[in-house]
Design a protein around this ligand. Structure first.
Ligand SMILES: Nc1nc2c(ncn2[C@@H]2O[C@H](COP(=O)(O)OP(=O)(O)OP(=O)(O)O)[C@@H](O)[C@H]2O)c(=O)[nH]1
Ligand SMILES: [Mg+2]
Length: 545
């Protein structure tokens, strides 16, 4: 996990000090080295070993305590002793050669401990020991603890994607029924995405090459009929809850948008347009019933795209102008971020034998309706993950799920710094997320609940920084457009939202943990979730033990 402190410039301190053995309790002279900004204090047998950087041992400094030590009964009493105790309660007894040296080292170690980071090695050790103690506790009490994690955040921030990752990591992936659902959803996502691109072209009256123009015209004529026939939602049962797909409307736009109509008159020189020209748009249903042979195959789509339509999509996406300017403009129309991924993968996806991969599923988009609870058994613990709908109108339902929450994972999509909210088309999405975070982390409903902040979509954030600064969202931001500085600024903006109520009230001065995440990347999510597990389990241990 990252920390948010600066490392002061201080000299290295090194000296020979005596260290009491952990196994054989005798004193050994060791060369101790404390480098400023290091996460460890190291000790060596001598200078040669130091120059080879071959330490005899190292003491993790993150959160360690230092206190004076005086012997009560020992035949080998030493003066000026002190103890360094790590967060894992492991102790090192060290003896200095004078009072001044003892004070100097104690002070330096204390200071180093305040800025040291928790290293992966320490995290892993902690993770294992926490798990071990929880397991033995569980065995002795013969019960499986249920830890409730509430996923909160604005719409489209990535909450449901996290649940999908949990399925991949802890549920052996997706069932055949789920894969079928996602296949249909992906087809819808692609068709809606292409229609939205065409809508952008029409809206902005963009000039296209003749080939692209023909393909867009043909596609949109077909799409309008397809849309009128397609059921508005597809649904699937997940663990007694229903996830319903309500794909985004392809005609969302920043202003008043004309209906989807091709700007250029369709040419009459191909099969599809000939077919469609026979259709009375107002009589589509009737027409399909009576001419079900060819148009039935063309429009009765569940999980595949007819090859003629695939060809139009391929032509449209092969145009570099569509992939650059049109795609960027489409952001203002709230295009699904995965459209680019799907269209890049379209050759594979458009095959009749297509089966979605885990990544395809992670990239799919369906607005969550209501609340979906899913249990995941991880080792001997059940994580009950509560995924809510993030859009404004849905948030009043959240309060019903605040009871017995072990931890809140607040998901904020930091790549949204230059995007407007779908709900009102005017509020900056990141401002909305910051305001929501402010409410959540200062809410008295969960005074002791740990809050874990996921600063999500870092992959899109990195890409976007190449073309626009976070100044769009934070006019006071003065630094450069580097990922490090920009992400750090956003992180601090979130963390600064936590208030302590001005009365040192412990109940609302809870700690906020944070991670930079890419929820569609399974490997990095696994690391992040291990760390989250540690925090949650260690907090819960207090309750169970
Ligand atoms: N590139 C990228 N896409 C992401 C990331 N996280 C989520 N997404 C995509 O963002 C879209 C929205 O994600 P969801 O998980 O559905 O968002 P949500 O927070 O559940 O949204 P609501 O249900 O509307 O509240 C999906 O298409 C995801 O694939 C990420 O870190 N990087
Ligand atoms: Mg969702």
């Amino acid at each position: 996990m990252d920390t948010f402190t600066n490392i002061p410039i201080k000299p290295v301190i090194r000296a020979y000090l005596c260290k009491k053995g952990h196994v054989v309790k005798n004193w050994k002279l060791r060369l101790f080295v404390l480098k400023p900004g290091s996460n460890y204090m190291e000790y060596f047998v001598d200078e040669t070993k130091e120059s080879q950087h071959s330490p005899q041992g190292r003491i993790p400094l993150f959160g360690c305590k230092v206190f004076e030590y005086s012997h009560t009964k020992s035949s080998t009493v030493r003066d000026f002793c002190f103890i360094v105790e790590t967060v894992e309660s492991k102790q090192w007894i060290i003896s200095a050669s004078s009072k001044a040296q003892q004070s100097q080292w104690m002070e330096a170690i204390r200071e180093a401990a305040t800025i040291a980071e928790e290293t992966d090695e320490v995290k892993l050790q902690k993770h294992k020991s926490i798990e071990k103690s929880l397991l033995s506790e569980v065995k002795s009490k013969n019960k499986t603890p249920v830890l409730k994690l509430l996923l909160l955040g604005t719409g489209e921030s990535g909450k449901s994607t996290i649940v999908k990752q949990m399925k991949i990591l802890h549920h052996k992936g997706f069932s055949l029924e789920e894969q079928e659902f996602y296949k249909q959803l992906i087809v819808r996502n692609i068709l809606d995405g292409v229609a939205l691109l065409v809508n952008v072209i029409t809206d902005h009256q963009l000039e296209l090459s003749q080939e692209t123009k023909t393909a867009t015209n043909n596609f949109i004529v077909w799409y309008q009929v397809y849309l009128s026939k397609r059921p508005p939602t597809i649904a699937i049962k997940f663990n007694n809850a229903t996830l319903t797909s309500t794909p985004s409307s392809p005609v969302r736009s920043p202003s008043t948008t004309p209906p989807l109509t091709p700007k250029h008159s369709p040419s009459k020189d191909n099969f599809l347009e000939d077919k469609l020209s026979q259709i009375d748009i107002n009589q589509q249903q009737k027409h399909t019933r009576t001419n079900s042979d060819q148009s039935g195959q063309l429009f009765n789509i569940t999980d595949f795209i007819p090859s003629i339509i695939s060809n139009y999509i391929t032509t449209i996406w092969s145009d570099p102008f569509i992939q650059s300017e049109v795609l960027i403009k489409a952001q203002d129309y709230h295009i699904n971020e995965s459209t680019q991924y799907y269209l890049n993968e379209f050759k594979r996806i458009s095959k009749p034998s297509y089966h979605p991969t885990s990544l395809d599923i992670l990239k799919s988009r369906a607005t969550t309706n209501g609340v979906v609870e899913t249990d995941f058994k991880v080792n001997e613990v059940i994580f009950r993950i509560v995924d809510v709908a993030g859009q404004r109108g849905e948030r009043k339902k959240w309060i019903n799920f605040f009871d017995d929450v072990t931890a809140i994972i607040f998901v904020a999509a930091i790549s949204e710094y230059d995007q407007k909210l779908v709900e009102d088309n005017c509020t900056n999405r990141l401002h909305e997320s910051l305001n929501l975070f402010d409410q959540i982390c200062n809410d008295q409903n969960f005074p002791k609940t740990s809050i874990i902040l996921f600063l999500n979509k870092i992959d899109l954030f990195r890409e976007k920084l190449k073309r626009s600064s976070i100044q769009t969202c934070f006019p006071d931001y003065r630094d450069d457009q580097s990922y490090e500085k920009s992400s750090n600024y956003i992180k601090n903006s979130f963390l600064s939202k936590k208030r302590n109520g001005g009365n040192n009230n412990d109940s609302i001065s809870k700690h906020i943990y944070f991670h930079f995440t890419c929820a569609t990347d399974t490997k990095s999510f696994e690391t992040v979730f291990n760390s989250v597990q540690d925090i949650i389990i260690s907090k819960t241990l207090e309750f169970y033990c």
